[in-house]
Design a protein around this ligand. Structure first.
Ligand SMILES: [Ca+2]
Ligand SMILES: [Ca+2]
Length: 344
């Protein structure tokens, strides 16, 4: 009773709702021209990677094994590694980043394959960070700088820096990270870095709920995004899933505000973006729980750059039991945070 198939759409257009319009004024002519430009480039991925000043040559495992890409692949066991003859200091990595604000820099400062490898190679102690832009001669020049110092430990570290604006009104920019000091390696002089991630400032970006696995009468999917915590969606626990879209935005996190205790609440989720999935567990607590979308090309938000055609799938794999309706799951609100706007 009251259940509909997942193909029922709230909005075929998938346009973000009012919260987006309040932060991105459509009256602003600069914004409108940016909008027109980025709309033309939808088919080409604008931001796709990293370039390093140098990296260790490798024949057996593949020429690019130690290249910069290995520092932005989300894998602690792979690293950007400098050649043995490098003096480390002054070497750099440059990342492509959309128009945004750099808030923090995150790093696994050594080769975190295991403790041995971590200690054997040199690790990053400090860096200089520069936002770069092309001048009138088409040469890259620094337009904003900051520095960061890291501790000598194997876990991921996130360091707050002086905010840097990246890109101008129309385009994204590049961020150059230069090694200024290292912790010496036990066995090898050259630096190895497992992960570098630019943590960009976040803003609210309202998702569109395109489809749900099922919904109860009076508790439809529109109540997930009505900005009202007292209203909530209810669906069958069996096969519960939501299809979201956040067109034009680089989404860094989604927020799940669970329903009342009478209903089951999401416990274990599988989030899929661009056919990459990850599973995570939510706390059994009222209020919004934020779910990270893993970064894929070196900056937060790069794991889901939404377009009209790219849904974000959220499957509810396990629930916390409801006191009255154990086979029905409820969610009050779905929110999203984004780090950049790249056009529809
Ligand atoms: Ca890596
Ligand atoms: Ca609601």
């Amino acid at each position: 009773m009251g259940c509909r198939p997942r193909s029922c759409y709230v909005s075929m257009l998938g346009l973000p709702n009012r919260r987006v319009r309040s932060s991105w004024s459509l009256e602003n002519p600069v914004f409108l021209s940016a909008f027109a430009l980025v709309s033309l480039s939808l088919t080409t991925p604008a931001h796709a990677g990293a370039v390093a000043s140098s990296f260790k040559a490798e024949r057996r495992l593949g020429a690019n094994t130690w290249n910069a890409q290995s520092a932005i692949d989300g894998k602690p066991e792979t690293c950007w590694q400098l050649p043995g003859e490098s003096s480390n200091k002054g070497e750099w990595i440059i990342l492509d980043v959309p128009k945004s604000t750099l808030d923090r820099i995150g790093m696994i400062v050594g080769w975190a394959k295991d403790e041995e490898h971590f200690k054997d190679y040199a690790r990053v102690k400090s860096v200089q960070i520069e936002a770069m832009a092309y001048d009138e001669n088409n040469e890259l020049q620094p337009v904003g700088t900051a520095t960061a110092t890291f501790e000598d430990k194997m876990e991921y570290q996130s360091v707050d820096i002086d905010d840097i604006q990246i890109g101008d009104d129309l385009f994204g920019g590049k961020v150059k990270i230069t090694i200024t000091d290292v912790y010496p390696g036990r066995d090898y002089p050259n630096l190895a870095v497992s992960e570098i991630r630019l943590e960009l400032a976040e803003f609210d970006a309202a998702p569109v709920v395109e489809a749900v696995s099922s919904e109860e009468d009076g508790h439809g999917m529109d109540l997930l995004v009505d900005d009202n915590e007292r209203t909530f969606w209810v669906g069958d626990v069996e096969g519960a899933a939501l299809t979201l879209k956040v067109a034009g935005f680089s989404v860094s996190r989604i927020g799940i505000n669970p329903g009342p205790k009478e209903y089951a609440r999401p416990k274990k989720l599988r989030v899929t973006a661009h056919s990459r999935s990850h599973e995570l567990e939510l706390p059994d607590a009222p209020g919004v729980a934020w779910v990270e979308i893993p970064a894929t090309v070196g900056f937060t938000g790069s794991g889901y750059q939404g377009s009209e055609f790219e849904p974000l799938e959220v499957e509810i794999l396990e629930v916390y039991p409801g006191t009255r309706f154990p086979d029905k799951v409820a969610i009050r609100e779905i929110d999203a945070k984004a780090t950049a706007f790249e056009g529809f």
